[in-house]
Design a protein around this ligand. Sequence first.
Ligand code: KIV
Length: 279
Amino acid sequence: MHKTVQDILNMKKEKKKISVITSYDYTLASLCDKSGIDVLLVGDSAGMVMLGYENTIPVTMNQMCMFTEAVSRARKNSLLVSDLPFMSYQASIEDAINNSGKLIKAGADAVKLEGGSVMVKTISAIVDIGIPVMGHIGLQPQTTILSEGYKVQGKTKDTAMKLIEDAKELQEAGVFSIVLEMVSHEVAGIISETVGIPTIGIGSGVDCDGQVLVVQDLLGMYDKIKPKFAKRYMNLSEDIVKSLEIFQKDVESSVFPATEHWFSMNDEELKKLREQIGS
Ligand code: KIV
């Protein structure tokens, strides 16, 4: 049985830190799931790391459903949360419910959406019909990009107060956890102490109840943006390029394929074939 929303809530009570990693495809999701990571997040960051968009704005519901289906085929142990993409929940509560339902049908256990107090009614409506919601405040890539760009949030008393209020309101609306993206670590710590649900930090310091990273950042596979907060555990892109260069040379020089990589007819059948075609 895979982890449930209740298991994630219990981890805060038991003071156990929660690990979250983004996943978008079957192969990597299988490995993430096997590693004991608590939550697989089908983030709309897929638009950037999987599809090559400049930001998350162009991501569609169809794309999110496809990524969610692939990850759900791989998932055995972790909780699976999927992002509602830009404009799939902002225009109306009806949109939000319909699109949350699509992600659940695609295999998600819960959905995530960006926004503070402005999203309270939408969140309550989704939670009321029985779909668990993860909130996301601080830097909200779907909309921050339209105004101020990628900046640390909660550096002044007033912006900090707004974040703390947003977190409390999201809790009241019924979210089971909240992502805090690029929030100053002091404010992230205060929010984590204030709310009874787990906070999941990304670039928000060690006092959050859990941490999330984009899997390509962790593995060193995405070189276009290298955020300060993303610890690289390996440099996979270097290893991949090196391996591909060797493959290219092997093909050029006929070192690959070798006998162990191909299949043969039996001698008798080959003899008959040669006789028939006269070679
Ligand atoms: O889309 C995403 O990957 C996210 C995480 C960075 C939290 O929302």
